[in-house]
Design a protein around this ligand. Structure first.
Ligand code: AMP
Length: 502
């Protein structure tokens, strides 16, 4: 079934109910949203000449128009390619080209960057809010396109260790299961409940749009387009029973904010995407009360591998409470989770290995990337690249990331991608990028460099090439890098050395 059907039904049955809140006001009712998405879908088909299955990108910060474009794309039977608004124009260009998107919606602030790097494959860049965009709504509404469960709905780009982003293919079925899993196990939702998209909708927060549309909830978008505790607290006051997804660093900012907040209106704050220190979780609970849930997932099984429920997090009397808080919870009902040895065999309780997942919420593969697909999906299992262990009660604890991914402020930074940029400097002989634990950001990006060059030059190079959040926050200049007999750089040793330096 086409995931857009849920919006069409809401538009028919409850046209006057609010669908989108923008800041403190209602931006679209369900009737308006459904009507506009249907007309925009008509324009994508008739005026842009797109056929079902084609990809349409969105490069924008969260906004009501973003959500409208997303639904128009699905309504027309197309697949959405939401691109992280923090990416550099060059990075966007790669995704546009790889996905084969012929049309891209872009917000005004990102128009120049997108246009400057637009690949030849892109035929139309539609600036949100422009006359061209508004005129599209004059098109005739089309019926919701018939789609099968296995048709592509969302290409979710994640960077790989190779540095090139890979498009996890999320089908209509994957999105439906992720939505059911949310409603059934993370956060019961009734009509009129709000969800605040304070984190990018191109990523995890976007997965919570669909369940709220299914339940006639209100998708609330902060006007600032950023994560500002003052604004979030104001919106929590305004909107009833508000839930939100937040990375651990964001929760820390909410907890430490001096601004006043009455938590009574907060339904659930869901954390995930990176490890949360137990101490920070306890402080957050002390301030906001038992209103937290945790999810563990990845783009390839979006937000849906394990969950630590609100009840588990609230149960301070349980002797294992602190241990539980440090875990990622139990598998969702719809997914099998296995901790495997190097040969793909299940390991006994307590033993650490690679976390693997199987079920309808797992992607069928990466878009036009059979090599990466073959590595990630083996014998029907998704190899997450995360390392962890189950305890005797079935709770999963994540130990480490096998992939050397740096998670800084909730965003993933892949070392190889940064290394490739730094190596473009002709005075850089060798480089290795690692994460350094940091109380504010979770981790910060640190570059170890061999070469006669200054940090300022390298910083400028990064500004020209990659998103700001991926730039190293510290450069360490060394004579040589630790290597094994085959000449491979030993990142583990480098991390240990880095810890000793501190
Ligand atoms: P992404 O595909 O960008 O959503 O990143 C997914 C990765 O984030 C996972 O493979 C984990 O390494 C990490 N991650 C996600 N959720 C959690 C969590 N609850 N605790 C610790 N790490 C997490």
């Amino acid at each position: 079934m086409n995931i857009a059907t849920w919006l069409e039904r809401a538009g028919l049955s409850h046209p006057d109910r609010p669908a989108i809140g923008y800041g403190t006001r209602v931006a679209r009712s369900y009737g308006e949203l459904s009507g506009r998405a249907g007309r925009l879908a008509g324009a994508l088909r008739a005026q842009c000449g797109l056929s079902p299955g084609e990809r349409v990108a969105i490069f924008a910060k969260n906004s009501p128009d973003y959500m409208e474009a997303l639904y128009a794309i699905w309504h027309a039977g197309l697949a959405a390619v939401p691109v992280n608004a923090k990416l550099h124009g060059r990075e966007l260009a790669y995704i546009l080209e790889q996905s084969g998107a012929r049309v891209c919606f872009v917000s005004k602030d990102l128009e120049t960057a997108a246009a400057a790097h637009a690949p030849a494959t892109l035929q139309r860049l539609i600036t949100i809010g422009s006359r061209e965009h508004e005129q599209l709504f004059a098109a005739d509404r089309v019926a919701v396109a018939a789609r099968s469960d296995d048709d592509l709905a969302w290409l979710f780009y994640t960077s790989g260790t190779t540095g090139r982003p890979k498009g996890a293919m999320l089908t209509h079925k994957v999105l439906a299961w992720a939505s059911h899993a949310y409603l059934g196990e993370v956060d019961q939702t009734v009509a009129g409940d709000a969800v605040l998209h304070a984190a990018p909708m191109s990523h995890g927060s976007g997965m919570y749009i669909m369940p709220h549309v299914a339940r006639l909830g209100i998708n609330v978008i902060p006007e600032s387009g950023a994560f500002e505790p003052d604004e979030i607290f104001e919106l929590v006051r305004r909107w009833p029973r508000t839930s939100m997804f937040a990375a651990p660093t964001m929760i820390k900012r909410l907890t430490e904010s001096a601004a006043d907040c009455d938590p009574a209106n907060i339904r659930t704050i869901i954390w995930g995407g990176a490890p949360m220190y137990v101490e920070d979780a306890v402080r957050a609970l002390d301030r906001f009360g038992p209103r937290f849930a945790q999810i563990y997932g990845q783009g390839e099984a979006p937000m849906t591998i394990t969950t630590l429920t609100k009840e588990d997090i609230a149960d301070r009397n349980d002797p294992r409470w602190a241990e539980r808080l440090g875990s990622a919870g139990r598998p969702y009902a719809c997914v099998e989770v296995m901790v495997a040895d190097g040969e793909g065999r299940p390991l006994p309780v307590g033993e650490t290995g690679e976390i693997c997942a199987r079920g309808d919420v797992v992607m069928p593969g990466y878009w036009q990337n059979p090599d990466a697909t073959a590595k990630a999906l083996q014998n029907g299992w998704l190899l997450t690249g995360d390392v962890g262990a189950f305890d005797a009660q079935g709770y999963l604890t994540l130990k480490d990331r096998s992939k050397d991914v740096i998670i800084s402020g909730g965003s993933n930074v892949y070392p190889r991608e940064v290394e490739e940029v730094l190596l473009k400097h002709d005075r850089v002989r060798e480089v290795s990028v690692i994460g350094r634990p940091d109380t504010e950001w979770g981790e910060i990006v640190v570059a170890y460099v061999v070469g006669d060059v200054g940090a300022e030059d390298l910083d400028r190079l990064c500004l020209d090439e990659i998103a700001r959040f991926k730039r190293p926050k510290d450069y360490v200049f060394v004579e040589q890098l630790p290597k094994n007999n085959y000449g491979k750089i030993l990142k583990t040793e480098l991390r240990e050395k880095d810890t000793r330096r501190a």
